[in-house]
Design a protein around this ligand. Structure first.
Ligand SMILES: [Zn+2]
Length: 576
């Protein structure tokens, strides 16, 4: 492809609303253009990358025996009404009235529609299992679309759904999909972890997220340094902490004046104690009542587990007014001694022998506070896992915290939708049974951005070979006839072997072309100039190589073969 024939509008300026590296680079390198909030055009380079992501996903779905279908994006409201999601989805659902006043919406996900196919078309156990998938645009009216392709209102997803006769069958389908997902993310050249998303499910897991490790990611995960245990922090199992800071002093409670020192950092500095000696006391609203939750100063509250420990669906951190009402003191000075209301203490905090905590009096703290001697509380495990924690899965390892972007999610749905919609089959004994479902998603357009978040530098994108819009970026210097001839021959020879080449044939200075090549991020850059040709050489430079002096000279006669070999090696570096 000639640069001058394509449409690659590179720019120096990033869009004003761009905060993520991928958003800035996709815009500056001319891959995407914003049409509206969370709505984008894919220009030629962007669409090529999107199709590469789709190609890998399709290839692995087909290989796993899944059947590609296409369900509509425009959906009659009756299906979501059947399962109650018409109401549950709230303002996130893009709702439409047709000319007759009928309720319609744009599909945010397709469980109901695929379950409708199953209830109409699947009859007998002999037809099971079946896995159906599609690559389709989805619509969600996000309150804050942001990050370019990371959180859009219109986006491309691959969603697959498995239908099995029973739970064992569903687990087998899940396992086939899990393996397909591993192959997909390996082939894309991404660094990722398969992460437990459901709490306490080591072994018989029925849900996992594929998290691409990126410092700018929104999700917090922990992973073991010895085994393959990894989990979303909210789902991570915390091994019971036995070690406690310090030894009991036997000293009674002492009231200390801590003027203006409400935060953990301030108090520990002011009193010269470690964070692990602090009893961090947080007021939560649970089922309408104020509850005091205590964790060690170096730990954080896992609100999912706290809610479970309190037997409520959800807990909410109390605002200033509620804190003052519950404790009689300003925020930062709450504590268990004298607190009127339910108190829950995390197991690790309950073991602190001489804790420092708020006195329920503004500008005052208490020292030497000990569980059971000085206050009563329900003990539960509700702190978040953190770096340095012992691994719950193996004896030797420790957990490290990472940030990630969710790129895929697989889980067993059970009979939630098939039951609600009456999707059944007839088993061997002529009994009518409910289909057991699984659901498997990949954010296809989001992966374009996620890959860049992981693969870029200050100068631009660094595509893994499998997702690059072209394999080779050919730069010619000057319009010398010999240069043009050599470039055309190399371009044609490579394309003849299935190697994708972008030839920058623009009448621009070399500096401009090199800058754009770095920005666009094609993995192999080849430069042909009169000077090199005089010695029979071209210059080859991988985009992954930061040092420009590392460019190598390759004889023109060998160039097509060498480049083809490099491209193929990079593509099969991922497993087959
Ligand atoms: Zn481990």
């Amino acid at each position: 492809m000639l640069f001058t024939r394509s449409l690659i509008p590179t720019t120096k300026e990033a869009p004003a609303d761009a905060t993520n590296d991928s958003h800035i680079l996709l815009s500056r390198a001319g891959y995407i253009r914003k049409v509206g909030a969370g709505i984008y055009d894919f220009l030629p380079l962007g669409y090529r990358v999107l199709r590469k992501v789709e190609g890998i996903v399709r290839g692995e779905m087909d290989r796993a025996g899944a059947l590609e279908i296409l369900m509509p994006a425009l959906l009659p409201g009756e299906y979501f009404k059947e399962t109650g999601r018409w109401d549950l989805y709230g303002p996130t659902l893009f709702r439409i009235k047709d000319r007759k006043g009928g309720d319609y919406h744009l599909g945010p996900t397709h469980e109901e529609i695929v379950t409708d196919i199953a209830r109409r078309e699947l009859r007998s156990y002999r037809e099971l299992p079946k896995v159906l998938y599609q690559v389709q645009v989805k619509f969600r009216d996000e309150p804050r679309p942001r990050g370019g392709l990371l959180r859009c209102r219109e986006f491309v997803m691959k969603d697959a759904y498995s239908f099995d006769a029973d739970e064992a069958g569903a687990k087998a389908s899940y396992e086939v999909m899990r393996k397909a997902y591993v192959r997909i993310f390996d082939r894309m050249g991404l660094t990722y972890r398969m992460v437990q998303a459901d709490p306490g499910a080591i072994g018989g897991s029925t849900s996992a997220e594929f998290q691409v490790l990126v410092d700018s990611g929104e999700d917090l995960i922990v992973a073991c340094d010895r085994c393959d245990y990894a989990a979303n922090v909210e789902a991570a199992i915390v091994k019971v902490s036995t070690g406690a800071a310090g030894t009991p002093t036997g000293e009674p409670i002492a009231r200390v004046h801590t003027p203006g020192h409400g935060s953990i950092d301030d108090v520990t500095r002011f009193l010269g104690v470690g964070k692990d000696a602090m009893l961090k006391s947080l007021v939560y609203l649970a089922g309408g009542a104020a509850v005091l939750a205590i964790v060690r100063g170096d730990h954080d509250v896992n609100e999912v587990r706290l809610a479970r420990a309190l037997g409520v669906d959800e807990v909410f951190l109390a605002g200033e007014a509620d804190v003052e009402k519950a404790t009689g003191a300003k925020v930062g000075f709450a504590g268990p001694v004298g607190f009127k209301g339910k108190i829950v203490v995390d197991r690790a905090a309950s073991l602190v022998p001489a804790g420092v905590t708020g006195a329920n009096e503004t500008d005052h703290h208490l020292k030497n506070v000990r569980f059971e001697r000085d206050y009563q509380a329900t003990v539960a495990d509700f702190r978040l896992a953190t770096t340095g924690d012992a691994c719950p899965n193996c004896d030797a390892g420790h957990l490290t915290g990472y940030r990630g972007i969710e790129a895929g999610h697989i889980f067993i749905l059970g009979t939630k939708y098939s039951q609600a919609m009456g999707a059944t089959y007839i088993d061997e004994k002529q009994q009518q049974c409910t289909l057991v479902m699984g659901c498997y998603g990949i954010g296809v357009s989001r992966l374009v951005a996620t890959t860049i978040e992981q693969h870029h530098d200050d100068n631009g994108i660094r595509w893994p070979m499998a997702l690059a819009p072209y394999h080779v970026h050919l730069v010619t210097i000057g319009a010398d006839a010999a240069v043009t001839t050599a470039a055309r021959e190399l371009h044609d020879a490579l394309e003849g072997q299935g190697i994708e080449v972008l030839w920058d044939d623009r009448d621009e200075r070399p500096g401009v072309k090199f800058k754009d090549a770095d920005l666009i991020g094609i993995p192999l850059r080849v430069t042909i100039g009169a000077k090199g040709l005089a010695t029979g050489n071209i210059e080859l430079k991988p985009r992954s190589e930061a040092d420009p002096k590392k460019a190598e000279l390759v004889p023109l006669a060998d160039a097509a073969r060498v480049l083809a070999e490099r491209v193929r090696a990079a593509l099969v570096a991922s497993p087959t």
